[in-house]
Ligand binder design. Structure first.
Ligand SMILES: [Zn+2]
Length: 331
Protein backbone atom coordinates (compact mmCIF):
# COMPACT_ATOMS: atom_id res chain seq x y z
CA UNK A 1 0.00 0.00 0.00
CA UNK A 2 3.03 2.32 0.09
CA UNK A 3 3.17 5.52 2.11
CA UNK A 4 0.01 7.07 3.53
CA UNK A 5 -1.09 10.00 1.36
CA UNK A 6 -3.00 13.09 2.53
CA UNK A 7 -4.23 14.56 -0.77
CA UNK A 8 -5.53 12.92 -3.94
CA UNK A 9 -7.60 13.54 -7.04
CA UNK A 10 -11.18 12.29 -6.75
CA UNK A 11 -12.08 10.50 -9.99
CA UNK A 12 -15.81 11.35 -9.80
CA UNK A 13 -15.35 15.12 -9.53
CA UNK A 14 -11.80 15.39 -10.99
CA UNK A 15 -10.97 17.62 -8.01
CA UNK A 16 -8.25 17.45 -5.40
CA UNK A 17 -9.45 16.34 -2.03
CA UNK A 18 -7.77 16.11 1.36
CA UNK A 19 -7.98 13.06 3.58
CA UNK A 20 -10.11 15.07 6.03
CA UNK A 21 -12.62 16.11 3.35
CA UNK A 22 -12.84 12.57 2.02
CA UNK A 23 -13.48 11.35 5.56
CA UNK A 24 -16.26 13.90 6.09
CA UNK A 25 -17.90 12.70 2.86
CA UNK A 26 -17.51 9.07 3.95
CA UNK A 27 -15.70 8.06 0.77
CA UNK A 28 -14.33 4.81 2.16
CA UNK A 29 -13.16 2.51 -0.66
CA UNK A 30 -13.86 5.16 -3.37
CA UNK A 31 -11.44 5.57 -6.29
CA UNK A 32 -8.86 8.35 -6.31
CA UNK A 33 -5.69 8.95 -8.27
CA UNK A 34 -2.21 10.02 -7.20
CA UNK A 35 -1.75 13.74 -7.97
CA UNK A 36 1.81 13.10 -9.17
CA UNK A 37 1.74 9.87 -11.18
CA UNK A 38 -2.00 9.19 -11.69
CA UNK A 39 -1.78 5.69 -10.21
CA UNK A 40 -5.06 4.52 -8.72
CA UNK A 41 -5.48 5.00 -4.98
CA UNK A 42 -8.08 3.93 -2.46
CA UNK A 43 -9.31 5.84 0.56
CA UNK A 44 -9.38 4.55 4.12
CA UNK A 45 -11.51 6.34 6.69
CA UNK A 46 -10.29 7.42 10.07
CA UNK A 47 -9.39 4.36 12.13
CA UNK A 48 -9.48 3.87 15.86
CA UNK A 49 -6.78 2.77 18.20
CA UNK A 50 -7.90 1.30 21.49
CA UNK A 51 -5.68 2.48 24.31
CA UNK A 52 -5.75 1.31 27.90
CA UNK A 53 -8.40 3.82 28.97
CA UNK A 54 -9.71 5.48 25.80
CA UNK A 55 -10.21 5.13 22.07
CA UNK A 56 -8.24 7.49 19.84
CA UNK A 57 -8.97 8.22 16.20
CA UNK A 58 -6.15 7.90 13.66
CA UNK A 59 -5.94 10.10 10.55
CA UNK A 60 -7.67 8.83 7.42
CA UNK A 61 -5.46 8.41 4.35
CA UNK A 62 -5.24 7.48 0.68
CA UNK A 63 -3.17 4.44 -0.22
CA UNK A 64 -2.07 2.43 -3.24
CA UNK A 65 -4.60 0.04 -4.66
CA UNK A 66 -3.39 -3.56 -4.22
CA UNK A 67 -0.88 -4.53 -6.91
CA UNK A 68 -0.28 -0.93 -8.07
CA UNK A 69 2.97 1.02 -7.78
CA UNK A 70 3.66 4.73 -7.89
CA UNK A 71 5.48 6.00 -10.98
CA UNK A 72 9.28 5.85 -10.97
CA UNK A 73 9.66 9.56 -10.25
CA UNK A 74 6.54 10.01 -8.16
CA UNK A 75 6.81 11.92 -4.89
CA UNK A 76 5.33 8.89 -3.13
CA UNK A 77 7.49 6.18 -4.69
CA UNK A 78 9.08 4.35 -1.75
CA UNK A 79 12.15 3.20 -3.63
CA UNK A 80 12.52 6.71 -5.07
CA UNK A 81 12.70 8.05 -1.50
CA UNK A 82 15.32 5.45 -0.60
CA UNK A 83 17.36 6.44 -3.65
CA UNK A 84 17.20 10.08 -2.57
CA UNK A 85 18.56 9.08 0.85
CA UNK A 86 21.33 7.06 -0.78
CA UNK A 87 22.30 10.07 -2.91
CA UNK A 88 22.53 12.51 0.01
CA UNK A 89 25.97 14.05 -0.19
CA UNK A 90 28.30 12.04 1.98
CA UNK A 91 30.40 8.99 1.78
CA UNK A 92 27.70 6.47 2.57
CA UNK A 93 29.08 3.49 0.70
CA UNK A 94 29.75 1.58 3.88
CA UNK A 95 26.20 2.25 5.08
CA UNK A 96 23.94 1.97 2.03
CA UNK A 97 24.63 -0.20 -0.97
CA UNK A 98 22.53 -0.86 -4.05
CA UNK A 99 21.92 -4.61 -4.26
CA UNK A 100 19.37 -4.88 -7.06
CA UNK A 101 17.75 -2.38 -9.45
CA UNK A 102 15.01 -1.85 -6.87
CA UNK A 103 16.74 -2.69 -3.61
CA UNK A 104 19.30 -1.15 -1.27
CA UNK A 105 20.87 -2.76 1.76
CA UNK A 106 21.86 -0.86 4.87
CA UNK A 107 24.56 -2.02 7.25
CA UNK A 108 23.38 -1.43 10.76
CA UNK A 109 26.76 -2.06 12.38
CA UNK A 110 27.74 1.38 11.01
CA UNK A 111 24.81 2.91 12.91
CA UNK A 112 25.85 1.02 16.03
CA UNK A 113 29.41 2.37 15.71
CA UNK A 114 28.07 5.88 15.21
CA UNK A 115 25.96 5.54 18.37
CA UNK A 116 29.10 4.65 20.31
CA UNK A 117 30.61 8.05 19.53
CA UNK A 118 30.03 10.58 22.31
CA UNK A 119 26.92 12.62 21.50
CA UNK A 120 27.02 16.39 21.13
CA UNK A 121 26.25 17.34 24.68
CA UNK A 122 28.74 14.93 26.06
CA UNK A 123 31.34 16.49 23.79
CA UNK A 124 30.84 19.82 25.52
CA UNK A 125 31.41 18.23 28.89
CA UNK A 126 34.46 16.51 27.53
CA UNK A 127 36.07 19.73 26.31
CA UNK A 128 35.67 21.30 29.71
CA UNK A 129 36.97 18.23 31.49
CA UNK A 130 39.75 17.39 29.11
CA UNK A 131 41.87 20.49 29.78
CA UNK A 132 45.24 19.08 30.65
CA UNK A 133 43.78 15.64 31.13
CA UNK A 134 45.97 13.97 28.55
CA UNK A 135 45.85 12.76 24.99
CA UNK A 136 43.00 10.25 25.12
CA UNK A 137 40.28 12.67 26.09
CA UNK A 138 41.20 15.31 23.52
CA UNK A 139 41.61 12.66 20.82
CA UNK A 140 38.13 11.35 21.58
CA UNK A 141 36.76 14.83 21.35
CA UNK A 142 38.37 15.49 17.96
CA UNK A 143 36.95 12.32 16.48
CA UNK A 144 33.54 12.60 18.00
CA UNK A 145 30.58 13.26 15.77
CA UNK A 146 32.26 12.29 12.49
CA UNK A 147 29.75 9.48 12.06
CA UNK A 148 26.74 11.61 13.00
CA UNK A 149 25.50 11.75 9.36
CA UNK A 150 24.86 7.98 9.51
CA UNK A 151 22.54 8.53 12.45
CA UNK A 152 20.63 11.16 10.47
CA UNK A 153 20.21 8.74 7.55
CA UNK A 154 19.02 6.06 9.97
CA UNK A 155 16.46 8.55 11.26
CA UNK A 156 15.33 9.31 7.69
CA UNK A 157 14.78 5.59 7.10
CA UNK A 158 12.86 5.26 10.36
CA UNK A 159 10.66 8.26 9.40
CA UNK A 160 9.98 6.79 5.98
CA UNK A 161 8.86 3.52 7.58
CA UNK A 162 6.68 5.38 10.12
CA UNK A 163 4.68 6.82 7.19
CA UNK A 164 3.65 3.32 6.19
CA UNK A 165 1.31 0.89 7.78
CA UNK A 166 3.41 -2.25 7.82
CA UNK A 167 6.97 -3.52 7.52
CA UNK A 168 5.78 -5.28 4.35
CA UNK A 169 5.53 -1.89 2.64
CA UNK A 170 9.27 -1.33 2.77
CA UNK A 171 11.03 -4.68 3.10
CA UNK A 172 11.38 -5.46 -0.58
CA UNK A 173 13.12 -2.14 -1.25
CA UNK A 174 15.40 -2.02 1.76
CA UNK A 175 17.31 -4.94 3.19
CA UNK A 176 18.68 -4.74 6.71
CA UNK A 177 22.07 -6.24 7.46
CA UNK A 178 24.09 -6.50 10.65
CA UNK A 179 27.66 -7.79 10.35
CA UNK A 180 26.87 -9.73 7.20
CA UNK A 181 23.63 -11.24 8.51
CA UNK A 182 20.20 -10.27 7.23
CA UNK A 183 17.87 -8.88 9.88
CA UNK A 184 14.14 -9.29 9.26
CA UNK A 185 12.20 -5.99 9.35
CA UNK A 186 9.90 -7.59 11.95
CA UNK A 187 12.94 -7.93 14.21
CA UNK A 188 13.90 -4.31 13.68
CA UNK A 189 10.78 -2.10 13.64
CA UNK A 190 8.40 -2.81 16.54
CA UNK A 191 5.03 -1.34 17.49
CA UNK A 192 2.68 0.36 17.78
CA UNK A 193 0.44 -2.71 18.22
CA UNK A 194 0.64 -5.14 21.13
CA UNK A 195 1.64 -8.22 19.20
CA UNK A 196 4.65 -6.53 17.70
CA UNK A 197 5.78 -5.19 21.10
CA UNK A 198 5.34 -8.62 22.69
CA UNK A 199 7.51 -10.00 19.87
CA UNK A 200 10.15 -7.48 20.89
CA UNK A 201 9.93 -8.66 24.49
CA UNK A 202 10.29 -12.30 23.48
CA UNK A 203 13.03 -11.63 20.93
CA UNK A 204 15.25 -9.79 23.40
CA UNK A 205 14.60 -12.11 26.35
CA UNK A 206 15.57 -15.10 24.22
CA UNK A 207 18.59 -13.52 22.57
CA UNK A 208 20.75 -11.77 25.13
CA UNK A 209 23.58 -11.49 22.60
CA UNK A 210 21.57 -9.31 20.19
CA UNK A 211 23.35 -6.16 19.23
CA UNK A 212 21.66 -4.65 16.22
CA UNK A 213 19.69 -1.39 16.54
CA UNK A 214 15.90 -1.50 16.72
CA UNK A 215 13.03 1.00 16.40
CA UNK A 216 9.98 1.28 18.66
CA UNK A 217 6.81 3.14 17.69
CA UNK A 218 4.07 4.30 20.06
CA UNK A 219 2.35 7.30 21.64
CA UNK A 220 3.79 9.21 24.60
CA UNK A 221 1.34 9.28 27.50
CA UNK A 222 3.39 11.37 29.90
CA UNK A 223 6.91 12.02 31.06
CA UNK A 224 8.29 11.92 34.57
CA UNK A 225 11.57 12.69 36.27
CA UNK A 226 13.17 9.70 37.98
CA UNK A 227 16.44 8.72 39.62
CA UNK A 228 18.47 5.63 38.81
CA UNK A 229 20.17 3.42 41.41
CA UNK A 230 23.19 5.73 41.52
CA UNK A 231 20.99 8.77 42.09
CA UNK A 232 21.41 10.09 38.55
CA UNK A 233 18.34 11.95 37.27
CA UNK A 234 16.66 10.92 34.02
CA UNK A 235 13.44 11.62 32.17
CA UNK A 236 11.19 8.71 31.41
CA UNK A 237 8.81 9.19 28.48
CA UNK A 238 6.14 6.59 29.11
CA UNK A 239 4.17 5.27 26.15
CA UNK A 240 0.44 4.60 26.18
CA UNK A 241 -0.55 1.01 26.86
CA UNK A 242 -3.06 -0.51 24.48
CA UNK A 243 -5.94 -2.67 25.63
CA UNK A 244 -5.17 -6.37 25.73
CA UNK A 245 -8.05 -8.83 25.84
CA UNK A 246 -6.29 -12.07 24.87
CA UNK A 247 -5.63 -14.44 27.73
CA UNK A 248 -2.89 -17.07 27.56
CA UNK A 249 -3.19 -20.70 28.70
CA UNK A 250 -2.18 -19.70 32.23
CA UNK A 251 -4.93 -17.06 32.45
CA UNK A 252 -2.63 -14.03 31.99
CA UNK A 253 -3.07 -11.01 29.79
CA UNK A 254 0.32 -9.86 28.40
CA UNK A 255 0.65 -6.10 28.39
CA UNK A 256 3.64 -4.29 26.87
CA UNK A 257 4.77 -1.19 28.84
CA UNK A 258 7.31 0.86 26.94
CA UNK A 259 9.50 3.71 28.21
CA UNK A 260 11.97 5.84 26.30
CA UNK A 261 14.50 7.21 28.79
CA UNK A 262 16.98 10.09 28.59
CA UNK A 263 19.55 11.14 31.21
CA UNK A 264 19.25 14.76 32.32
CA UNK A 265 22.65 15.65 30.86
CA UNK A 266 21.20 15.50 27.36
CA UNK A 267 19.37 18.79 27.70
CA UNK A 268 18.97 19.48 24.00
CA UNK A 269 17.23 16.15 23.45
CA UNK A 270 15.00 16.54 26.51
CA UNK A 271 13.92 20.02 25.36
CA UNK A 272 13.21 18.67 21.87
CA UNK A 273 11.00 15.93 23.28
CA UNK A 274 9.15 18.11 25.80
CA UNK A 275 8.60 20.80 23.18
CA UNK A 276 7.08 18.34 20.70
CA UNK A 277 4.95 16.80 23.43
CA UNK A 278 3.49 20.24 24.22
CA UNK A 279 2.72 20.73 20.51
CA UNK A 280 0.69 17.49 20.51
CA UNK A 281 3.40 15.61 18.63
CA UNK A 282 3.08 12.67 20.96
CA UNK A 283 3.52 9.86 18.50
CA UNK A 284 7.05 8.66 18.75
CA UNK A 285 9.39 6.40 16.93
CA UNK A 286 12.86 5.98 18.38
CA UNK A 287 15.83 3.81 17.59
CA UNK A 288 18.54 2.54 19.82
CA UNK A 289 20.05 -0.74 20.85
CA UNK A 290 20.00 -3.09 23.82
CA UNK A 291 16.44 -2.47 24.96
CA UNK A 292 16.00 -3.59 28.56
CA UNK A 293 13.16 -6.09 28.91
CA UNK A 294 11.70 -7.38 32.15
CA UNK A 295 8.42 -9.22 32.72
CA UNK A 296 6.56 -8.64 36.01
CA UNK A 297 3.18 -10.04 37.10
CA UNK A 298 0.47 -7.57 38.11
CA UNK A 299 -0.38 -7.33 41.82
CA UNK A 300 -3.69 -9.17 41.30
CA UNK A 301 -1.86 -11.85 39.27
CA UNK A 302 -4.12 -11.55 36.20
CA UNK A 303 -1.66 -9.84 33.87
CA UNK A 304 2.02 -9.86 33.00
CA UNK A 305 3.62 -6.52 32.27
CA UNK A 306 6.37 -6.65 29.67
CA UNK A 307 8.46 -3.66 30.68
CA UNK A 308 10.53 -2.52 27.71
CA UNK A 309 12.98 0.34 28.18
CA UNK A 310 15.17 1.97 25.60
CA UNK A 311 17.73 4.70 26.37
CA UNK A 312 18.50 7.40 23.85
CA UNK A 313 20.89 10.35 23.97
CA UNK A 314 20.55 12.35 20.75
CA UNK A 315 17.83 13.93 18.66
CA UNK A 316 18.84 11.83 15.62
CA UNK A 317 17.42 8.80 17.46
CA UNK A 318 13.88 10.07 17.80
CA UNK A 319 11.06 11.31 15.57
CA UNK A 320 7.90 12.87 17.02
CA UNK A 321 4.79 13.37 14.94
CA UNK A 322 1.02 13.54 15.07
CA UNK A 323 -1.42 11.60 12.97
CA UNK A 324 -4.03 11.45 15.67
CA UNK A 325 -7.19 12.95 14.25
CA UNK A 326 -8.70 14.77 17.25
CA UNK A 327 -5.77 17.09 17.85
CA UNK A 328 -6.13 18.64 14.41
CA UNK A 329 -9.45 20.06 15.54
CA UNK A 330 -8.25 21.10 18.97
CA UNK A 331 -5.60 23.43 17.55
ZN1 LIG B 1 2.18 8.48 -7.28
Amino acid sequence: MGVKIEKALYIKTKKMMTNIEADKHELNGEKFICPYCKTELTFRRSGKRQLENRLIPILPYFYLKQGNEHGRNCEYNTFGKIEILARKAMNLKDFMEKKKPDQYAIRMQVVKQAMEEPPEEEEDVRTADSKGKGVTASKNYKNSGTMAPYLSRMKDIMILRSKMEKNDDIRKYLKLEYKGRTVNWDKFYFGPDNMSLLDLSKYFRNNTELEHPICIEGIIKKYIEKKDKRGKTYYSFILEKTTVKDIDAGGFRHIPCVSVNVYEGYGKLIEYMKDNYKKHNKQIVAYGHNPYVKVNPSSDNTAKFHNITIWINRTAQVHLFNDVYENLFEE
